[in-house]
Design a protein around this ligand. Structure first.
Ligand code: ADP
Length: 158
């Protein structure tokens, strides 16, 4: 049976930190679905379609799909027969929230497990919000995001 996993997140926008997790997870699972959370409450900079396109342009692996969802992650996972959720951990500060989410998701969807990938130390400080902040003030973001993402960010924040 082929093993598939779900990598949910805001990806607003995708960074080298996300790409590292995607590469590692897609080497372990037969199929990886990146699921962009459609949550307007977070006031995202990029629309769902823009985020999808950016991800599509920078993904190399051919066993990676991109989708989006609204509402409960567990519902999306159940509806699409996913039993494994992938999340990344950057620092102890991520742990409390991720621990709580993972236990809640397991309570809501009994067969659903979350697997955590430790960040690559090169990216342990990296987040989409930091990248947006640096870009907004004209800093060099070339070591944080691929060229395509960098160009779109600069365009958006002009
Ligand atoms: P969310 O709003 O759901 O946290 P993000 O796009 O910020 O969405 O992150 C999605 C997932 O990717 C989260 O599990 C987050 O911890 C992980 N992640 C983000 N940046 C990095 C990074 N630099 N290294 C490892 N994991 C990361």
């Amino acid at each position: 049976m082929s093993k598939k996993a779900l990598y949910p997140g805001s990806f607003d926008p995708i960074t080298y930190g996300h790409l590292d997790i995607i590469k590692r997870a897609s080497e372990i699972f037969d199929e990886l679905t990146i699921a962009i959370v459609d949550n307007p409450d977070k006031s995202p900079l990029f629309s769902i379609e823009e985020r999808k396109e950016l991800i599509m342009n920078v993904i190399k692996a051919d066993n990676v799909r991109i989708d989006s969802f609204k509402g409960l992650l567990v519902q999306y996972a159940t509806d699409n027969a996913f039993q494994t959720i992938i999340r990344g951990l950057r620092a102890v500060s991520d742990f409390d929230y991720e621990f709580q989410m993972s236990l809640t998701n397991r309570q809501l969807g009994k067969n659903i497990d979350t697997i955590f990938f430790m960040t690559d130390e090169k990216y342990s400080y990296l987040s989409s919000s930091i990248v947006k902040q640096v870009c907004r003030y004209g800093g060099d973001i070339s070591s944080f995001v691929p060229e395509e993402v960098s160009l779109s960010l600069k365009e958006k924040l002009k």
